[in-house]
Write a protein that binds this ligand. Structure first.
Ligand SMILES: O=C(NCc1cccc(CNc2ccc3[nH]ncc3c2)c1)c1cc(-c2ccc(F)cc2)cc(O)c1O
Ligand SMILES: [Mg+2]
Length: 214
């Protein structure tokens, strides 16, 4: 039977990137998506904004909701300070299978823990199962209707501290209206929109950066 898009993306990484070189993995995926097949990675344009937030926060402990093929996982992982950890949650086993190989190819397996399952079940287990106190940075990129409930869950589970940063992809396209309304109206958040474009297209999209005020 035929291959899937994630499998073809992985082949492009194995063919065009250098093992242990995260930047070459990022470039290989972007080249694949620009010239061969569109895929829902955060992409190069929004990726530069993601990079700048990761560098500014320099998180000791980060969470990614929605791994897909591991593109943003590699973008974040390559910028983590020594000893820092990124936990990334993926519900789809086929995506997880590809992402593990992309993360390993980039040489980031020591910094990244990929956990398979739905965020709603896994977030309440973060403290007891993974020894997390609080997350310094959360990158939201999974099902768009899960951004708001999972943000509330992170609050309720005491996984956010004064100054924790939430960075949300796709707040315009496909859009996350209930999440945007919440972080922009809640007194517990200071929110800012970074205008950009939907990965590999000219369609408007952007990232919303929200600081939890405690
Ligand atoms: O929908 C999107 N991404 C999320 C997503 C989508 C499918 C499957 C999964 C399965 N992974 C998953 C699910 C639930 C989960 N719970 N906890 C972890 C977890 C993990 C995740 C998306 C769409 C577009 C887009 C598409 C088409 C178009 F025209 C314009 C834009 C662009 C993006 O950048 C996007 O990020
Ligand atoms: Mg996205």
């Amino acid at each position: 039977t035929g291959s899937t898009r994630p499998q073809r993306l992985l082949k492009a990484v194995q063919k065009n990137a250098s093992r242990g070189d995260p930047q070459s993995v990022i470039s290989a995926i972007d080249r694949f998506c620009h010239s061969s097949e569109w895929a829902m990675n955060v992409g190069d344009e929004k990726g530069v904004i993601l990079d700048s937030v990761v560098c500014e926060v320099s998180p000791g402990c980060a969470l990614e909701l929605g791994t897909y093929c591991g593109y943003s996982t590699v973008r974040i992982g390559r910028l983590l300070p020594p000893g820092a950890k990124l936990i990334t949650l993926e519900f789809n086993p086929d995506y997880a299978k590809v992402a593990r190989q992309v993360i390993d190819f980039a040489g980031l397996q020591e910094k990244v823990l990929l956990v398979e399952g739905p965020s709603g079940d896994l977030i309440p287990k973060m403290k007891e199962q993974y020894g997390i106190t609080t997350f310094d940075l959360v990158f939201l990129d999974h099902w768009k209707d899960r951004y708001l409930p999972d943000t509330k869950l992170l609050e309720e589970c005491g996984l956010l501290r004064k100054g924790s940063i939430l960075l949300a992809d796709n707040v315009i396209c496909p859009g996350t209206p209930d999440y945007l309304a919440y972080v922009r109206s809640s007194p517990r958040y200071e929110s800012k929109y970074f205008k950009s474009h939907l990965e590999y297209t000219k369609v408007e999209d952007g990232l919303e950066k929200s600081i939890f005020l405690g």
